[in-house]
Design a protein around this ligand. Structure first.
Ligand code: ZN
Length: 567
């Protein structure tokens, strides 16, 4: 008698090996049998016509705060994800005592667009050290599994207080940081992360704390993991320019760090229309690092990286003085203003004059380039740019955007592409043997981007529509490969004895839905939300958590502790 049998499905097991029909028997949270199962079970799912595969793993999220108010891990869980890694880019909520929580939230607020009101209302602070934070996450009800990095900005702020935002660390500061990092890794932190990018700023335009650190501080902290022989290092990299000595210097430092410390080094990488082959240098460095005895792997996305624009959230015109007054109004009043011909004429004129403004960072809306703004009418490409539509209709592009938005009472999304414009490059990067397809940023940029669907985008766009990847290849990229790199033992493959994280989906229907805006964060804060079609069931540690993406009430997710704390 099994707890659960998934019958008659087509099994794609995560290894990349070809599919086959069979049943999956689950007992005690683990996969007990795969093949033709004659026994019965307390619960059966008929998976006829469906794919049965390992739950997907997203290793680049910022769910550190969200896990306290959203057990399920939305929106990732709605796209087949059953395990996430949080604490990326130097941002974690620990170590930090409650009295200093506003300092840590300052690191997160602008850099990751997480509402401080939501964090204040939604988090019951019960820790100071990272080990205590892990225990707090461990106790929470969870729909999916979570692993957590310790973030440099939090660690630095914990040791240095306000000084973390403008001073170099003293020898004593560094010693205290090393001690807390060592304790955190021993308690089960999966690694350590930092940010050195100018995209990460506080609300008052200052660098987040980790950016003040010199490279020796980074080396010494990564060295703690090297000494312990545990932990992964993730970095939001330096702004080196696209070529030249700064880039060479940075990549040389990254390579030396990986080789000398023996700590795996990972970072996200995009292609860019401004420097189409820039990303290749990073992959070459990963190859060179491996040849020299280190490990380096590159996190890549599955499509172009887009800011979602809308009158309900952010528009490219928001920094233009003539627009500011209007954009502060409730949506209905903005609509009325845009329907007034005289007001509209002035706004269009102002938008075309291009007022200079404060530089946009991170995933904030940029000034408009109409070749790279697209109405979001369907969940996957092709899309037509505003510039193309304007040319075809002989209209001003600003008028095109306003008309499209007014037709939906301003509840209309546009995509503003920042990077990864060239889809041939996107595919080439996904297929690179040192890549891992992950980068949802789930839990962050909550009103700016919505990339929790990058996994269902792979399955719908690249597998079904483009036939550029087989389903076997795609599932491997989204399950086994991240499980391997992050050392998530017993996950990412359907194997007898492995944890029963399983998804069942219709390969002909799996598709992201269009995103929407909701106000469901604590304190009523807003966020973008996106679900998918085609998922029949999501099983975590042997329990059905979602049926057709509706929560069953089960909360079988676990804290996945790093290697030094595994039982
Ligand atoms: Zn990040």
């Amino acid at each position: 008698m099994y707890d659960l049998i998934i019958r008659n499905g087509t099994i794609v097991d995560g290894s990349g090996m070809p599919r086959y029909r069979g049943d999956v028997g689950i007992e005690g949270g683990k996969i007990a049998a795969i093949g033709k199962i004659r026994e019965s079970a307390r619960e059966t799912i008929d998976a006829d016509g469906h794919i049965v595969s390992p739950g997907l793993i997203d290793a680049h999220t910022h769910m550190d705060a969200q896990v306290f108010w959203d057990a399920l891990g939305t929106c990732s869980c709605w796209h087949g994800v059953t395990s996430v890694v949080m604490g990326n880019c130097g941002f974690s909520l620990a170590p930090c005592g409650e009295k200093d929580k506003l300092l840590v939230m300052r690191n997160l607020e602008r850099a990751e667009d997480i509402s401080p009101e939501a964090m204040q209302a939604g988090i019951k602070w019960s820790w100071t050290t990272f080990a205590q934070y892990l225990d707090a996450v461990d106790r929470l009800p969870k729909g999916i599994n979570y692993a957590a990095y310790m973030g440099h900005s939090a660690l630095r702020t914990y040791v240095m207080g306000e000084r973390a935002f403008d001073e170099e660390a003293t020898t004593e500061d560094l010693q205290l940081m090393r001690d807390e990092l060592r304790a955190g890794i021993r308690a089960g932190a999966i690694g350590f992360t930092t940010s050195r990018t100018t995209n990460h700023q506080t609300p008052d335009g200052r660098p987040v704390a980790s950016r003040i650190a010199n490279w020796d501080e980074v080396r010494q902290l990564v060295g703690v993991m090297g000494e312990l022989g545990a932990g992964i290092f993730e970095i939001a990299g330096e702004d080196t320019g696209v070529e030249g000595p700064r880039l060479d210097n940075y990549l040389g430092r990254l390579k030396s760090l990986a080789v000398e410390s023996s700590v795996p080094v990972t970072f996200g990488m995009f292609s860019s229309r401004r420097a189409p082959n820039y990303w290749r240098r990073y992959f070459e460095t990963a190859d060179e690092t491996a040849a020299a005895g280190g490990r380096m792997f590159v996190q890549v996305h599955s499509r172009s990286l887009n800011v979602l624009l809308s009158f309900e959230t952010n528009m490219p015109f928001d920094r233009i003085p003539a627009w500011r007054e209007i954009r502060r109004l409730p949506l209905a009043e903005q609509e009325a203003a845009l329907r007034n011909p005289e007001t509209r004429r002035k706004l269009v004129q102002a938008a075309n004059e291009r007022a200079p403004g404060e530089r946009a960072v991170g995933a904030e809306a940029r000034g408009a380039n109409y070749n790279w703004i697209f109405p979001l009418d369907r969940p996957t490409p092709p899309y037509r740019s505003i510039a193309e539509i304007a040319a075809a209709e002989s209209k001003d592009p600003v008028d095109v955007m306003i008309d499209l938005a007014l037709a939906k009472n301003l509840k209309k999304f546009f995509m503003q592409t920042l990077v990864n414009e060239n889809q041939d490059h996107v595919l080439e990067m996904m297929k690179h043997p040192r890549s891992v397809v992950t980068f949802s940023d789930s839990g962050a940029h909550v009103s700016q981007i919505m990339d929790s669907s990058l996994q269902t985008h792979v399955l719908s766009h690249w597998v079904r529509e483009k036939e550029a990847l087989t389903l076997e290849q795609a599932i491997r990229l989204l399950s086994f490969v991240p499980a391997y790199h992050w050392g998530l033992k017993g996950r990412g493959l359907l194997r007898e004895g492995n944890f029963a994280d399983v998804i069942i989906f219709d390969p002909d229907r799996i598709n992201p839905q269009l995103p929407e805006l909701t106000y469901d964060l604590p304190a009523g804060a807003r966020r973008l939300k996106q679900k998918s079609d085609g998922l029949l069931a999501t099983v975590v540690n042997g329990q059905v958590v979602l049926r057709k993406n509706e929560h069953t009430g089960a909360v079988p997710g676990k804290l996945l502790r790093g290697p030094m704390a595994q039982a």
